[in-house]
Write a protein that binds this ligand. Structure first.
Ligand code: GLU
Length: 447
């Protein structure tokens, strides 16, 4: 089996040698899915995984725009249309200076499995740009988004490819992108998700990734007869995912100790309660400030520059910032400090070494493609509401989100439970995600 995986990975590395994040994401899937393929005849000899690692289409384009001083800038825009076997391409747009083909291909690849797990008919895609919205005026962001959509519009559509937000792309950016799409196409359609409430957006979509992560973690805890009540929780990030993960932890009776941004983390020993969280939401969403400013208002907290929050003792850890933010050493520290559950709100925040440590210690560990799937699942619900031209209530969407997260948890258990009763959620998510896409690809022939 080792040989089969190595042979496959050698081929992937030959073609994508300069794309480390993509190779990391593929390796994790290959290690769990190739043994499954070997045991199931219908998938043998079809090169399905090899087909799945090659994007159906990779679009790269120039985005030229003018700043407030009249200077001209050039950024690179992308859309990776990874797999459309089970539905239109679906996945977010990321605006961040680190964006390149490797990062977007890893995200698009993860998205294929994640979207399959949601039980909704969505293929996988991802896009974005190396544009950095940080420090830009609203007008500059608008001009960039408009320029970006001037090209992207010809590659997307409500039945073709439906982008949404990701890091650096929130309600403001989706608004500008949607406005330009509508102007060019003269169509009001559900071409993007994460839209504002009054123009086609779904209730609960902003909350969905964070809420879903906590619903999933709660299901994991329940397998051991536990829940969030009285649990200490460390969270990284302070954007959309982290904010609503924190809110749901509070709803369920947990105590949130940390939040972070790219400069460091804050540790509030008294807990970040609802009032303090409202301060963070205003600071991050409206004032676009730094998390360190929290300590200027709340003296119970300390700011730890240039480090991540995994050194803080906790029961549950929710990495909600970005890829590879939790390494093997961090994992050892979490385990040593008694952490019993790690659920990823971000995409691939744990390195392979960290995942290895969690599995060795047999603590509960959920990969992002399962635990953070609530965001895209609710995007799927937004698409359904747009097609039906109706709008479901908060309760309706939240209850569907809960059901979907619970179904994903069941799928992980079905495919990931090992002989000793421990659930390997990585294996469970990869195989469950694979089976649905692979079956559709088999049915559709070699294309
Ligand atoms: N960017 C989110 C994710 O990683 C959401 C994508 C979407 O809603 O299409 O799943």
């Amino acid at each position: 089996m080792e040989d089969k995986i190595k042979l496959f990975m050698d081929e992937v590395k030959t073609r994508n040698g300069h794309e480390p994040e993509f190779i990391q994401a593929v390796q994790e899937v290959a290690e769990t899915v190739i043994p499954y393929i070997a045991k199931h005849k219908i998938y043998n000899g079809k090169n399905i995984l090899l087909r799945m690692v090659e994007p159906e289409r990779l679009i790269s384009f120039r985005v030229a725009w003018v700043d407030d001083k009249g200077d001209i800038h050039v950024n690179r825009g992308y859309r990776i249309q990874m797999n459309s076997a089970i539905g239109p391409y679906k996945g977010g747009l990321r605006f961040h200076p680190s964006v390149n083909a490797s990062i977007l291909k890893f995200l698009a690849f993860e998205q294929v499995f994640k979207n399959s797990l949601t039980t909704l008919p969505m293929g996988g895609g991802k896009g974005g740009s190396d544009f950095d919205p940080k420090g830009k005026s609203d007008d500059e962001v608008m001009r960039f988004c408009h320029a970006f959509m001037l090209e992207l519009n010809r590659h997307i559509g409500p039945n073709t490819d439906v982008p949404a937000g990701d890091i650096g792309v929130g309600a403001r950016e989706i608004g500008f992108l949607f406005g330009m799409y509508k102007k060019i196409r003269n169509e009001f359609t559900g071409v993007l998700t994460g839209k504002g409430r009054s123009w086609g957006g779904s209730l609960i979509r902003p909350e969905a990734t964070g809420y879903g992560t906590v619903y999933f973690a709660n299901s994991m805890l329940q397998t051991q007869g536990k829940d969030f009540k009285g649990k200490t929780v460390t969270i990284s990030g302070s954007g959309n995912v982290a904010q609503f993960a924190a809110e749901k932890v509070l709803h369920l009776g947990g105590k949130v100790l940390t939040l972070s941004d790219s400069q460091g983390y804050i540790y509030d020993k008294e807990g970040i309660d609802e009032e303090k969280l409202a301060f963070v939401m205003d600071l991050k969403n409206n004032k676009r400030g730094r998390i360190s400013e929290y300590t200027e208002v709340y003296t119970s907290a300390t700011f730890h520059k240039g480090v991540n929050p995994w050194e803080v003792k906790c029961d549950v850890a929710l990495p909600c910032a970005t890829q590879n933010e939790l390494d093997g050493e961090d994992a050892k520290t979490l385990i040593k400090n008694g952490c019993i559950c790690v659920a990823e709100g971000a995409n691939m925040p744990s390195t392979p070494e960290a995942i290895h440590e969690f599995h060795q210690a047999k603590i509960l560990f959920a990969p992002g493609k399962a635990s953070n799937a609530g965001g895209v699942a609710t995007s799927g619900l937004e698409m359904s509401q747009n097609s039906l031209r109706i709008s479901w209530s908060r309760e309706e969407v939240d209850s569907r989100l809960k059901d979907i997260m619970s179904d994903i948890h069941d799928s992980c258990i079905a495919y990931g439970k090992e002989d000793d009763g421990y659930c390997n959620y990585v294996k469970g998510a990869n195989i469950a995600g694979f089976v649905k896409v692979a079956d559709a690809m088999l049915a559709q022939g070699v294309i």
